[in-house]
Design a protein around this ligand. Structure first.
Ligand code: GDG
Length: 459
């Protein structure tokens, strides 16, 4: 069996439970092959030299963790700049929030080149390399330029935008051409595959060789969707562990007369959080029977605070929550409970189980794992209802959720009302179907499907 090498912006120690489903699933594969995980150490060196960073290696069981530091200038232009102020907003269709500062691209290239330079000497001839996400799109091209012949696959965790949105990025052609240095490009959904192929047809004069192989820019790549899943067994275990049970019971007792609606996201503008509060306000307005009853718990954990658009979002959300509470709150009932902190992972399933409605309403999302976690945490005998944005990658799979358009405030309020009123038999039937699909396509399926396709991709 070839050794697996995983490359991602950040590393996680796969043995630590806080690492999350993805890290655990990758860790499992790395452990089987005695693998290597390579990425940024998380350390920013003030005043360091651009394009240079110290390499640290340590052993975590059978896995070698190799990481490099970034100097301040590289970090700001590669990470905050090109990755999170250009690629993240544009790939989520938010041209209005993109900051096309011309200096960012140099840092992005420099860090990808440095990653390639530091990784190359650590590689063995029969390694299989799996690169993750938008921070590292040009990594394979940089590795190939240095003579790397190993199989390299890429998985993009965020959406691929339609061609004309992609074309707004000044370096769009270079980025898309870079993807053709991989042997396999994995995307979250069929919509993403279709955007990718349409782009290369328009801009790269692609010929599709068969269903999955695309030839453009003088190279051939296999492009396929691999919808990412969660670790269902692990999340089920967490749901029945004492911390989650305690959280569930506390919530149930505290809100015994009330119905809980839950949102859990990073406080990111792609997640449609203000739209959700507006729909909730509309629910209280149009369906007054929910006043003094329906309570929206919104956990919006801090993220990328240094990027301007995130501060603006926080302010907008605080204003919205304050106004709903001011207009509808009673002495003993606050309609919105907004928490701008990270909740401990072990409490998340308990919160999900206590909520009659799970609100997952992104404006655009690669997949959205919270949707799957919410379903898995439910009591199958008395399950809650998932209200899911049609613009989440997960909507391609989770058809039995109530699919909503987060831009349509009234429509979303109506769907939330429908969820709150749904008869038990219908809730059970929908939950059963959702569960079956989430189980079948869990994170282990995802990892195996990707790695099998990478092995099979002709070089
Ligand atoms: C990217 C793509 C794609 C959230 N708040 C708290 C907390 N979380 C956990 C959730 C879930 C994870 O973080 C978020 O996963 P998502 O999939 O929803 O979103 P992104 O972070 O944007 O991830 C996305 C994913 O990559 C995988 O490919 O699905 O589309 O954008 O597990 O539960 N966890 C804890 N406290 C919180 O407050 N402990």
């Amino acid at each position: 069996m070839s050794r697996l090498v995983v490359v991602s912006n950040r590393l996680a120690d796969p043995r630590k439970p806080a690492a999350g489903g993805l890290a655990v699933a990758l860790g499992e594969a790395l452990n089987q092959t005695g693998g290597l995980w390579f990425g940024w150490s998380g350390t920013v060196v003030e005043g360091g030299t651009p394009g240079e960073g110290e390499l640290h290696t340590r052993q975590a069981g059978a896995v070698t963790l190799a990481s490099v530091d970034l100097c301040r200038e590289d970090h700001d232009s590669y990470y905050h700049g090109y990755s999170n102020s250009v690629l993240w907003p544009v790939f989520h269709y938010r041209l209005d929030l993109a900051d096309f500062n011309a200096s960012y691209i140099a840092g992005y290239r420099r860090v990808n080149q440095m990653f390639a330079r530091k990784l190359l000497p650590l590689l063995r001839d029969d390694d299989v390399i799996w690169v993750h996400d938008y921070h590292l799109i040009p990594l394979a091209a940089e590795l190939r330029a240095m003579g790397c012949k190993q199989r390299i696959g890429f998985f993009l965790h965020i959406p691929v935008p339609p061609p004309l949105i992609m074309a707004a990025i000044p370096q769009h052609e270079w980025l898309m051409r870079s993807l053709f240095a991989y042997d396999l490009v994995g995307l979250q959904s069929e919509a993403d595959v279709s955007h990718f192929t349409r782009y290369v047809r328009n801009e790269g004069s692609a010929e599709a060789l068969d269903e999955k192989r695309v030839r453009a820019f003088g190279a051939t790549v296999v492009v396929q969707s691999f919808p990412i899943g969660i670790d269902v067994d692990e999340f089920t275990r967490l749901t029945h562990a004492p911390d989650a049970v305690e959280t569930y019971e506390n919530m149930r007792d505290e809100y015994s007369r009330r119905r809980l609606l839950l949102g859990i996201d990073r406080l990111d503008y792609s997640k449609g959080i203000p739209q959700r509060v507006r729909a909730f306000r509309e629910l209280l307005d149009r369906y007054p029977e929910n006043r003094d009853s329906a309570t929206l718990i919104m956990i919006a954990s801090p993220t990328r605070d240094d990027v301007n658009a995130y501060g603006d979002l926080r302010q907008e959300l605080e204003g919205l929550c304050g106004s709903v509470n001011g207009d509808y709150g009673e002495l003993d009932w606050m309609p919105v409970r907004y928490i701008h902190r990270m909740v401990a992972r072990k409490r998340v399933p308990g919160l999900c189980r206590a909520a009659a409605v799970g609100l997952v309403t992104p404006l655009r999302d690669g997949m959205n794992l919270v949707a799957k976690e919410y379903v898995v945490a439910q009591d199958p005998d008395d399950p809650g209802v998932l209200v899911l944005s049609r613009f989440a990658g997960a909507a391609e799979q989770l058809k039995e959720a109530l699919l909503v358009n987060p831009y349509d405030t009234q429509g979303m309020a109506d769907s939330i009302q429908q969820a709150l009123q749904m008869p038990l038999a219908e809730r059970q039937a929908r939950h059963q179907k959702l569960m079956a699909r989430i189980k079948e396509h869990d994170v282990h399926w995802w990892r195996k499907a990707f790695l099998n396709a990478l092995q099979a991709a002709e070089q």
